[in-house]
Design a protein around this ligand. Structure first.
Ligand code: ZN
Length: 315
C-alpha cells in the first residue's frame, strides 16, 4: 500500500477531524509543483510512485494539530529521503561555507545550554548531547569542541559515515535505551515523523535526570488562512508559503499552542533559560538586525513561549 489513512491524530489520538484541503497527487498543478521541487527525480518516477494517492490536510478537533491525513508508506519515504533530496545540500562538507551567522547561532546556543546544564549538574563529568536527525553532524561537532560528549541518530549512510569519521558516536534508535542524555536536539525533525508521539516518548525515556529536549518545528500558525485560497497552479514560485505542510515531507504542522499540547501529552513541560544567561552568551552583535534578534528572540522564546522552538523537560 502506497498511502495509509491516519485514523487517529498523531498528537492526541483523537478521531474528530475537519478537512482543510484535498488534491489528488495526479492533478496537473500538484504534479508540476512536485516535478519542479524534486528536480533530481527521473521523468515518470513521480507519477509511478504517487498516482492514485491524495494530498489531504485535516485539523484535529481535539488538539488543533494540522496534519497530512494520508501517510506515505515507508518505501516512499525511504525513496524521498534516500534519492530525491540532498543532491544540492548547502550544508554538505563539500560545499562552500554557510554564512557566518549560521555558525555563531549554533555556538551561542551551545554555550547557553552548557552554562545552564552545568549549573544544574556541576562540572565533574562531560555533558552528553544527542542530535536526533543530525544530518552531517554540524551542530554536535560544534558541541564537541566545547567539551561535550556527542551522539547522533541519522538515516543517511553517507552522513553517518562522515559523522563517525569526525568522532561523533552514531546510534540507532534501538541503542538509545542503553544511554542517557543531558540534552536531546530535535531540530526540524518532528514535523517529518509518521508517529511523532512515539518517537518523542522514546527520546523522553533517553533523557538523564534533569535533562532537556529541544523541539523546533516550522510555525504553521498561518496555514489555515493560506489553505483557504491555495491553488497548485504556479505554486512552485510560492513554495515557502506551503512549506509547513510540504507534501510527502511535513506530515505534522504545529502552531505554538498545538506544540504545547503535544508536549503535554508526552508529559513534557517547557523549560525557560534565564534571560541574563542567554544574553551573556549571545555572541553576534555585528549589525542592527543581529542585535535586535539577540535581544528579542529570547523574550519571545523563554518569557512569552511564543513560536515553535521550545525546550522541554519531564513533568
Ligand atoms: Zn489531536
Amino acid at each position: 500500500m502506497r498511502f495509509e489513512k491516519r485514523d487517529h491524530c498523531p498528537s492526541c489520538n483523537g478521531t474528530t477531524f475537519t478537512e482543510l484541503h484535498r488534491t489528488a497527487y495526479d492533478a496537473h498543478g500538484l504534479q508540476s509543483f512536485l516535478t519542479a521541487y524534486y528536480s533530481a527525480v527521473p521523468p515518470g518516477r513521480l507519477q509511478e510512485v504517487l498516482n492514485g494517492g491524495t494530498f489531504s490536510i485535516v485539523e484535529c478537533g481535539g488538539c488543533g494539530l494540522i496534519f497530512q491525513h494520508m501517510l506515505p508508506s515507508d518505501a516512499i519515504l525511504a525513496e524521498i529521503y534516500g534519492n530525491w533530496l540532498g543532491r544540492n545540500d548547502p550544508l554538505a562538507p563539500s560545499k562552500p561555507p554557510m554564512p557566518l551567522d549560521y555558525y555563531t547561532y549554533m555556538a551561542q546556543e551551545i554555550m547557553q545550554l552548557i552554562a545552564f546544564l552545568q549549573k544544574r549538574h556541576g562540572r565533574d563529568r562531560r555533558l552528553r548531547f544527542l542530535d536526533y536527525g543530525m544530518s552531517w553532524g554540524n551542530w554536535v561537532l560544534m558541541a564537541q569542541k566545547f567539551g561535550v560528549e556527542v551522539f547522533g541518530v541519522e538515516k543517511s549512510p553517507i552522513k553517518c559515515a562522515y559523522a563517525q569519521s569526525r568522532g561523533i558516536k552514531v546510534l540507532s534508535v534501538e541503542e538509545l535505551s542503553r544511554y542517557s542524555f543531558d540534552f536531546i536536539s530535535m531540530e526540524q525533525v518532528v514535523e517529518h515523523l509518521s508517529f511523532p508521539r512515539q518517537t518523542v516518548l522514546t527520546m523522553k525515556d533517553a533523557l538523564a535526570s534533569g535533562g532537556i529536549i529541544k523541539i523546533s518545528v516550522p510555525d504553521g500558525s498561518h496555514m489555515k488562512s493560506v489553505l483557504r485560497s491555495w491553488t497548485w497552479d504556479g505554486a512552485i514560485a510560492q513554495k515557502d508559503k506551503i512549506m509547513p505542510l510540504h507534501p510527502l515531507e511535513h506530515l505534522n504542522c504545529f502552531t505554538p499552542l498545538s506544540l504545547q499540547k503535544f508536549a503535554k501529552g508526552c508529559e513534557l513541560k517547557p523549560v525557560s533559560l534565564p534571560l541574563g544567561l542567554v544574553y551573556a552568551y549571545s555572541t553576534d552583535w555585528s549589525n542592527p538586525r543581529a542585535v535586535a534578534k539577540n535581544l528579542l528572540r529570547p523574550i519571545k522564546r523563554f518569557v512569552l513561549h511564543k513560536g515553535c522552538n521550545e525546550l522541554f523537560e519531564r513533568m
